[in-house]
Design a protein around this ligand. Structure first.
Ligand code: CA
Length: 668
């Protein structure tokens, strides 16, 4: 999520003041709440009974309301619930299997009835997520779902991530896709752009990425689901119901079954194409503060606060959740587990992960591995503002070595390659700025300890924070900030398109050959721009949609990306899994010239069929030369072209690296 504030919702939590009067601290109050260690099933149909429960230990009273409609009309029934004081959980059991009915809870707190809420564990909802729905989940499964399975992943380093927003990907009139902006857009095979090249899921298969990372797809707040198809655009970092798919991505948000079935169909289509799916999750804050489902269920408990009782705001969005508290931790862990089990989601990307504590993140990764050994977790190892959570407990990038099975985004390589993320005119190594060579080298070794990297000269983190290359995600751009294309246009003032395309290829060559896991932003392979808008979270389709006619126009760039992916997939030397291997097999050449980086992957690194691979990056727009030892070299990348069969042979000696380009060669 963008580090810039999207929405300001800072407000004092009115709920807190009365209970604070006799307590020493807010944390003391909440840590003394009785907890429900198991799973809170807010609704379960058991034979001819429908059972409700809600965890809300300090409520004066709780009611459940039954409706026949998802948004309109008065309740058919309102039933008082009774408290089990030991677990702080309220219960009610109603006659009948109430399938296809809707329900809400209301909680009386400090003598006042709060607004109705679908609870925090709604798994199906009506339009706009105001009321939860009681449905038969067996009816949501597409045909063959019981055999659906994501790709096997031995190490995250083998994964190639493609970050995609449903609407960006399919909504353009050139996409050739019928179900524009919908989950089921990915079910359409054989779609073509107006100028006749494959789009949609065929495009993904052709490109060769292994996993699609979808932007938030749980039920979020900002798009009015009653206004389909003219609904507006949003990234979706404003969570409402964490355990239900977003309605606007379905063809009928009013039918609680549709969004669930269609999301599963999308997952199945990706899996059938051999692709995995990663979901972006945003447990760090909610769209609303006092009005959120957390606040209407157990006021105050799920959030962190300042000493004056107001919400603390490490998310920059008005509040932050408190993962260190038992029931919030329990919620996060069980929620990701639910998505992995019910929807077969293969991986999770945690937004502003450092708002969460390390213990919670380790528990998340451990729990997911039990559900699916091929699962993986990565996240943003930073916050967007200060937090009451002590720094040493935060799941920060710099603390990734304390986490197991979790990777962090490398802002080091990102800013090293293209320049500072928010200073638009700043250049990086690939755009000719001297002094970032050591930072790029840190990226190449995935921020592991390497004897030839001088971390004191690096930007951002100045120590080897990763204990293994599996802990780092390499990228040059994502949905946040300028797209690579816009960044190049602004920072390389006056440069020809040809030079910008060269810088684009060089940037991604560094990403795809580096140790760690590569990640690209959807559409960059077709030179996608966002007209210079860096924070396009609510910009119209005219800014965010990918124009698929560009795939033909920039076919040379697309083919370059495709070849880069093939190169990485064919050569495990780029995918080492231990820092010891990287330190041993990755050897930098002693280069004194600025803007030139050269290294070898030696001795059939990680079982590679190539004995030695030489990778050379020239960030200068001028050609530079370097000496290479004698041998039977085959050049596979040179001057903006890649051919795994070999472009030409080379006997060693002085080699010229054309300006703003990468050269890759090998000895068998
Ligand atoms: Ca929604």
């Amino acid at each position: 999520m963008n580090k810039f504030i999207k929405k300001s919702l800072i407000m004092a939590s009115a709920a807190l003041s009365p209970i604070l009067a006799s307590a020493t601290s807010i944390d003391d109050v909440y840590n003394n709440y009785p907890v429900n260690e198991g799973m809170t099933d807010e609704v379960v149909v058991k034979g001819d009974k429908t059972c409700f429960e809600l965890w809300s230990p300090k409520a004066d009273a709780v009611k459940v309301h039954i409706y026949c409609d998802g948004i309109n009309g008065k309740p058919e029934k309102c039933v008082d619930m009774s408290l089990d004081a030991a677990t702080g959980t309220w219960h009610a059991s109603l006659d009948g299997a109430l399938y296809n009915k809707f329900y809400t809870f209301s909680v009386k707190f400090n003598g006042k009835w709060l607004d109705e809420t679908p609870g925090i564990w709604a798994k199906a909802v009506g339009v706009n997520g105001k009321r939860a729905a009681i449905i038969d989940f067996s009816k949501t499964n597409p045909c063959g779902w019981e055999n659906d399975k994501g790709p096997e992943v031995k190490a995250i380093n083998d994964v190639i991530l493609y970050e995609m927003h449903h609407r960006d990907f399919s909504v353009h009139h050139n996409s050739g896709i019928a179900n524009k902006g919908k989950f089921i857009a990915l079910l359409e095979n054989g779609t073509l752009s107006l100028n006749g090249v494959p789009t949609g899921i065929d495009h993904l298969k052709e490109l060769g990425v292994t996993h699609v990372h979808i932007l938030p797809s749980f039920d979020y707040n900002s798009v009015d689901e009653t206004q389909i198809p003219s609904n507006t655009y949003n990234w979706g970092y404003d969570p409402v119901n964490y355990n239900v798919p977003e309605g606007s991505y379905s063809t009928n948000p009013s039918n609680p079954y549709t969004r669930i079935r269609e999301m599963k169909q999308m997952v199945q289509a990706l899996h059938n194409a051999g692709l995995g799916i990663v979901m972006d999750v945003v447990y760090n804050h909610t769209a609303e503060g006092d009005g959120s489902n957390f606040s209407l269920t157990a006021p105050g408990y799920f959030y962190r606060h300042r000493e004056d009782g107001s919400y603390s705001d490490a998310s920059g969005c008005g509040n932050e959740t408190a993962s260190e508290r038992t029931m919030m931790r329990n919620f996060i862990v069980n929620s990701v587990k639910y998505w992995a089990e019910e929807y077969h989601i293969d991986g999770f990307r945690f937004d502003l992960m450092a708002i969460h504590d390390i213990t919670t993140m380790n528990l998340v990764a451990e729990t997911l591995k039990k559900v699916n050994p091929s699962s993986f977790v990565y996240g943003e190892g930073w916050t967007a503002g200060d937090s009451p959570l002590p720094v040493d407990q935060r799941a920060l990038k710099e603390s990734v070595a304390k986490m197991n099975g979790i990777a962090v985004f490398s802002d080091d390589i990102r800013d090293g390659i293209k320049g500072h993320y928010s200073r638009a005119e700043d250049c990086g190594f690939a755009t000719g700025k001297v002094g970032l060579e050591e930072t790029v080298k840190k990226g190449i070794v995935a921020a592991t300890a390497h004897p030839q990297v001088d971390y004191s000269k690096c930007n951002n983190s100045t120590f080897p924070y990763a204990k293994s290359p599996s802990e780092v995600i390499n990228y040059v751009s994502c949905h946040d900030d300028l797209t690579l294309v816009d960044k190049l246009a602004i920072s390389m003032k006056g440069a020809s398109e040809d030079l910008r395309l060269r810088a684009d290829k060089l940037s991604q060559t560094i990403v795809f050959t580096s140790q760690g896991t590569p990640f690209i932003f959807a559409g960059e392979e077709v030179f996608r721009n966002k007209k210079g808008v860096h924070n396009s979270y609510k910009s119209p389709d005219s800014i965010n949609a990918i124009d698929w006619n560009q795939k033909l126009k920039y076919a040379d760039l697309f083919n370059y990306y495709k070849s880069l992916i093939s190169l990485r997939k064919a050569h495990p030397a780029f995918r080492m899994t231990s820092s010891e291997d990287v330190a041993k097999h990755l050897v930098f050449d002693k280069v004194k010239t600025p803007l030139l980086i050269s290294y070898s992957l030696k001795d059939n690194a990680n079982g590679d069929s190539w004995k030695e691979i030489k990778v050379i990056f020239n960030g200068s727009p001028e050609a530079q030369t370097i000496k290479i030892k004698k041998g039977n070299w085959t050049i596979v990348a040179q001057d903006g072209k890649i051919d795994l069969e070999g472009i030409e042979t080379f006997k060693g000696g002085e080699i010229t690296i054309p300006g703003t380009s990468a050269t890759i060669l090998y000895i068998k």
